[in-house]
Design a protein around this ligand. Sequence first.
Ligand code: SAH
Length: 220
Amino acid sequence: MSVELNGIGMTSQRTRDRLVDRLKSEGIRNEQVLDVIRNTPRHIFMDEAISSRAYEDTALPIGHGQTISQPYIVARMTEALLEGARPRKVLEIGTGSGYQTAVLAQLVDEVYSIERISALLEQARLRLGGLNLHNIRYLLGDGHLGWKDMGPFEAIIVTAAPVEIPHELLEQLSDGGKLILPAGPSGAQQLMLVTREGEEFHRQLLDRVSFVPLKEGIQQ
Ligand code: SAH
């Protein structure tokens, strides 16, 4: 691995180990999720100017008014996604920096990732290719619509918050599939786990959260 990926000082392995210790103390238990976070260089998913903060447990700006999700939230959502039967094929909405995509791509067979801002999508594609993660397909699109041609999905993870759960996403879940998403208006969002059983959808509240909104349409 190159020096850039290994990191030095504030981006070193020791700094990453400290982040993992913190996630454990916050209740993250899945060892595979913790290992992947320990081994994924979060600092390459942001501007160098702020990369010294990459292993703090906090969301950080990635441009275009968007943020890279807080590591605890990435871990919590990924843990929920892997619980029980492990999904093989996962749809992610809100590629953003690509960090959550990188974590997922190391834990499941296929990741389909949708982003509405083309500059973010292209940057994420390059970074993820640079990490040799090739089990990812990308789409510039509006995540409200999902990715019908590639569905159904055993799990769908959404990293921006719609006010209401988009029905297309429920339709693109396979039987037994899980949708993990923040939903609700700004200031009152809930991280939900929706599990499909035939035509029934069971909802469970995981956490209170604060995500950027899921927006309409695409931005070239
Ligand atoms: N998981 C990303 C989170 C980025 S923030 C990371 O950790 O870096 C949420 C992302 O969702 C932003 O990049 C935003 O542009 C994107 N987004 C918002 N609305 C969307 C929509 N309708 N379809 C696809 N992506 C959307």
